[in-house]
Design a protein around this ligand. Structure first.
Ligand code: DC
Length: 228
């Protein structure tokens, strides 16, 4: 892999990684990749095809039959688009049904292998700000800039609640808290590539920060002469 100027942003569910990645990428003129959307796309395919979520080989077959492809958008405010085969899934990936099963799908080593291969291919092409759970530890361990973004569970519940409300979805705070707790537990305890900060990651607690403030901090880490 070429050693490009990549930025890895990892952290738990709803810690603000995707927004931070998008803002930082825009400031630096990089592309951004939200890797969670790739796992969500496979979870969506598994649900609609009624594939057994514990059947690793069936999930890999599904991803081969409908290759998951990301179209990156470098324009200001542009968002990535996700396709499975020729079908665009971008707007289907934040549903509660997908969120409820995605950590189970993402725990399978062979599923991860396929996703990581595609993520590295994207990173080989251009400087990228990549957000996920294992970017600094597994996908791009040589990335010169690594951030681990955290926030209190309360703050994460509030943020996810506001997002759901904006999308017109009515979910109780108790349900959101349970969902975030459960995903944290599954993502941190899986055997392959569990969520944890890379040894050389800078930890940012975003509990009391706005999205712009988080992006400022990350951009200043990237631009600091001692970084990378
Ligand atoms: O960031 P997100 O909430 O969209 O991620 C959805 C799920 O995908 C998350 O619960 C765990 C999994 N995931 C992963 O295992 N590795 C990544 N690099 C990104 C996401």
């Amino acid at each position: 892999m070429k050693r490009l100027d990549h930025v890895a942003i990892d952290g738990p569910a709803a810690s603000g990684k995707t927004t931070a990645a998008r803002l930082v990428a825009h400031r630096l003129g990089f592309v951004y990749l939200d890797t969670g959307a790739m796992y969500r796309a496979l979870a969506y395919l598994a649900l609609v095809s009624e594939t057994d979520l514990d059947n690793e080989r069936a999930l890999v077959r599904l991803s081969k039959a409908h290759p998951i492809r990301v179209e990156l958008d470098q324009t200001a405010g542009g968002a990535q688009r996700i396709f499975a085969g020729d079908h665009e899934l971008t707007d289907r990936l934040s549903s509660s049904a997908v969120t409820a099963v995605v950590s189970t799908v993402a725990a399978h080593p062979l599923v991860r292998e396929a996703m990581v291969r595609e993520q590295r291919r994207i990173a080989d092409d251009a400087p990228v700000v990549m957000a996920g759970r294992d970017i600094g530890t597994v996908v791009l361990p040589q990335a010169p800039h690594k951030v681990f973004l955290t926030a209190s569970v309360d703050a994460r519940v509030q943020r996810r609640g506001a997002e759901m409300e904006a999308a017109g979805v009515d979910v109780s705070e108790r349900r959101l808290r349970e969902e975030i707790d459960e995903r944290d537990r599954l993502d941190q305890s899986r055997a392959t590539s569990p969520l944890r900060p890379a040894a050389d990651a800078i930890v940012i607690d975003s509990t009391h920060l706005t999205a712009d403030e988080v992006a400022d901090r990350i951009a200043s880490i990237v631009n600091s002469p001692s970084s990378g």
